[in-house]
Every structure is written in structure tokens, then in C-alpha cells.
Design a protein around this ligand. Structure first.
Ligand code: NAD
Length: 391
């Protein structure tokens, strides 16, 4: 009796890692819970650009293929963190229990971050290079144990003050670790990350794609639409002033004037780039703990019309910060994972649509940035594509 020919074993579906720096924060927790909720069909993917028709056939990893882990310096378990976000009105009631298993699975993959008290570069604790090694080993270990096809490191940790003394801040240690581990890197915060001068060489010649910085989710998003409008209608902006009220961990971190300065620089740069001049006016950020993750941003724009007629536009943006940021973080992880798969490397300026202070010298207006993003999606889609066009 002849043996039945054995059927080939189907290869398991590829899975991609998303390694969050700041994995227990509001943005990361919302992204992890949200990915599970959308995958289970409990919620629609509202706010995810990569779920719109222009992006469906460019080979992005499906949401169901994403596996989460990361570093954090606090140990509040993710299910508990998600309950806090329900209490703050960020996540819908019942969601943390519906996606409990996914939150627990991600929680198991969170490793202690750093630097911790005692880690210094004066020889008495773990020095920078050791920390980079430890972080890179955690990232590699995650990808290895989970059998991942690839993984992307995404910085969503608390905003740091801009470094002043040449030493590497935590965000740059993690960014260097991502490159050492061979993983693409996304900086969703205004912190230095790969922008640190000591890492400029590595960033320019990286064999993996990287992008940033500082997600564009509210006031700056609006500025990148309104700035070009004033310019294109030949209206003269005299002054553009803004005030933000927010609470949560981000509000607390930005109560530090040095951290707020890092954030505000990006907001003001968008105006200079879209208007061609720097109008009078400043941006202020006030920490109002009672507001939690809900942000109110006011802009007051004084402008001149025909024959010097003086006019004013005022806008009020009331947004839930983590709900605005989380879908963009998932978009970026998918786009950059796919870019890596397609052999792209180095800075990805084409993702300026997502950032206040994008890498490269791409356009600053949202409409032009969206057009650039669509062209980029086309490059991801084209499997028979021109390898010569890839970096
Ligand atoms: N939500 C938005 O709309 C938005 C937009 C742009 C940028 N961002 C940026 O995203 C970041 C996260 O925002 P959030 O609201 O989730 O803040 P959050 O305070 O809730 O979370 C930050 C997390 O980072 C952790 N952390 C701090 N130092 C760390 C370190 N050295 N290593 C590892 N983890 C560390 C904290 O413990 C915390 O869990 C902030 O930098 C914020 O400026 C948010």
C-alpha cells in the first residue's frame, strides 16, 4: 500500500513586533487596547489612515499580526492602566475586560527601562553603552522568543528637556539600542532620540528605516492646514498665539519649562515653514491635572485683508490626546515595518504627514504631506518595484 503524499505544512502567518518605549503610558496603552478592539471587531478603526482605501493593498502588516512589548520605568500593569483610562473617559467602558487577554500578553513583554537611579556615566552604575546593550538585548529577545518576522521600536515615553551638556538622554539611548538591535525606529515625541548630534552619523547611515519626530495630533495639525490657507489667499498674518490646557502624564511632563520648550519649538516651526515668515506670538502649555488626557487648545490669529482691513480668526480644539495619537502610532508601526520589509533604510521624510518636526525637508502643508504619503504607499505596494529607488 503506497503512503499518502503528505501535504506541505502551511507556514505560519508572519507576526510583527511593536516595541514601545513608554509602554505603560496613555498613548501606548490606548494603542494596545485599541488594536485588540479593532482586531476583534468590537470597534471600527476610526482615525487610522492606514485602514482607508488608499492603503489597503500596499502590503501593510494586518492589525491582527501585531505583537506588543516595550520598556517602561513604572510597573502599573496594563489592565489597571487601561481601567484608569476608562475612568478618564479615554477608553470606553467594558473595553479593558473585553481585551484583557491581549493587555496581559503585552504586559508580560514589558521590561524595566532606564536609566534608573544609580545608572550614571561616572563609572558607579551602568554606563551609556551598557544601557544601550541591555535595551537592545531586550528588543532582540522579544523578537526571537515571539518568532517575529520583524519589529519596530516606537518612542512614546514622557517628553524630555532638550539635552544641553552633550550627554545622551534616555530617548537617545533607546534610539541607539534600536539601531544596535537592527530594528526600525519611530520617535513620536519631541525628545532627541536619533536627532542627538552624537547619533547623527548612525542615523544617516542606518541600515533600517527611521522617522519622527513629535506626532502631529491637534493644534499643530490645524496649523498645518490653516497656515497654507492664509498664504494661498495672500492674507497677511500679523500674529499667531496659542494656549494649551492639558493634564495626564503629558501635562505633568510639560509643566517643566525645558520639556515644554522642546514641544513648542515644533509647533512654531510649522508656522514659519507654511507662512514663510515667523509671525508674532507664542505658544503656552499649562498643566491642568483635572483635565486628564483631554486637551483644549486655543489659537488666536490676527491677520490683514484687502486695504489693511484688520481681522481675527480664533479656533478652539478640544481633543482626547491619546485617542488622537494611538491610531497614528499604529499607522506608523505598520508603514515602517513594511518599509523595512521592502528594503528601505535611513530617514523616511515621506512620513512628514504624521509629525510636527519631520526628518528631511519635505513640505509642511498637510495637503502636500498627504500627497507625499500616498506616493510612499505606492512604493510600498509595488512588489516588482524599482529597487534603485529604494534607500
Ligand atoms: N497624545 C498626543 O496627542 C501626543 C502627540 C504628540 C506627542 N505625544 C508624546 O507622546 C508621549 C507619550 O504621551 P502620553 O500621554 O502617553 O504620556 P504618559 O505620561 O501617559 O506616558 C509616558 C510613559 O513613559 C514612561 N517613561 C518615562 N521615562 C521613561 C524611560 N526613561 N524609559 C521608559 N519609559 C519611560 C512613563 O513611565 C510613562 O508610562 C509624550 O512624550 C507626548 O509628548 C503625544
Amino acid at each position: 500500500m503506497s503512503a499518502e503524499p503528505s501535504l506541505p505544512t502551511p507556514s505560519p502567518a508572519p507576526r510583527f513586533g511593536v516595541w514601545f518605549i513608554g509602554a505603560r503610558g496613555s498613548v501606548a496603552t490606548t494603542a494596545i487596547a485599541g488594536c485588540a478592539a479593532v482586531t476583534a471587531g468590537l470597534r471600527p478603526p476610526t482615525g487610522m489612515v492606514t485602514e482607508t482605501p488608499d492603503f489597503t493593498s500596499c502590503g501593510l502588516p494586518p492589525l491582527s499580526s501585531l505583537v506588543f512589548g516595550g520598556h517602561d520605568t513604572v510597573d502599573c500593569p496594563l489592565p489597571k492602566r487601561a481601567e484608569h483610562l476608562v475612568a478618564g473617559g479615554v477608553l470606553p467602558h467594558g473595553l479593558p475586560s473585553a481585551v484583557h487577554a491581549e493587555l496581559v500578553a503585552a504586559d508580560r513583554e514589558i521590561r524595566p527601562g532606564g536609566p534608573l537611579p544609580g545608572d550614571t556615566d561616572d563609572g558607579s552604575g551602568r554606563h551609556d553603552d551598557e544601557l544601550i546593550d541591555v535595551f537592545a538585548a531586550d528588543m532582540r529577545d522579544f523578537a526571537h522568543r515571539q518568532g517575529l518576522t520583524g519589529a519596530v521600536v516606537v518612542n512614546v515615553a514622557s517628553t524630555e528637556p532638550a539635552p544641553t551638556d552633550g550627554s545622551l538622554p534616555p530617548s537617545s539611548l533607546y534610539a541607539a539600542a534600536a539601531l544596535r538591535a537592527g530594528f526600525p525606529y519611530v520617535n513620536f515625541t519631541p525628545s532627541a532620540g536619533l536627532h542627538h548630534p552624537a547619533l547623527a552619523g548612525q542615523a544617516a547611515t542606518a541600515s533600517v528605516p527611521h522617522t519622527g519626530r513629535d506626532g502631529k495630533t491637534g493644534q499643530t495639525l490645524l496649523r498645518s492646514v490653516l497656515g497654507p490657507m492664509f498664504l494661498q489667499r495672500a492674507l497677511a498674518v500679523r500674529a499667531w498665539s496659542g494656549t494649551n490646557l492639558l493634564g495626564g502624564g503629558d501635562g505633568a511632563a510639560l509643566a517643566d519649562p525645558a520639556a515644554a520648550a522642546a514641544k513648542n519649538a515644533g509647533k512654531e516651526r510649522v508656522l514659519a515653514d507654511t507662512l514663510g515668515t515667523t509671525p508674532e506670538g507664542e505658544v503656552h502649555i499649562d498643566d491642568v491635572p483635572a483635565l486628564g488626557d483631554w486637551k483644549t487648545a486655543w489659537d488666536h490669529i490676527a491677520f490683514d485683508g484687502f486695504l489693511g482691513a484688520r481681522m481675527v480668526l480664533q479656533t478652539t480644539w478640544q481633543g482626547c490626546d491619546s485617542a488622537l495619537a494611538a491610531p497614528l502610532v499604529l499607522d506608523l508601526a505598520r508603514l515602517v515595518a513594511r518599509a523595512r520589509e521592502r528594503g528601505l533604510s535611513g530617514p523616511l521624510g515621506e512620513l512628514g504627514f504624521y509629525f510636527k518636526d519631520p526628518v528631511g525637508d519635505g513640505p509642511s502643508s498637510l495637503a502636500e504631506q498627504y500627497a507625499e504619503l500616498r506616493r510612499f504607499a505606492g512604493r510600498l505596494r509595488d512588489d516588482a518595484g524599482d529597487r534603485g529607488a529604494q534607500r
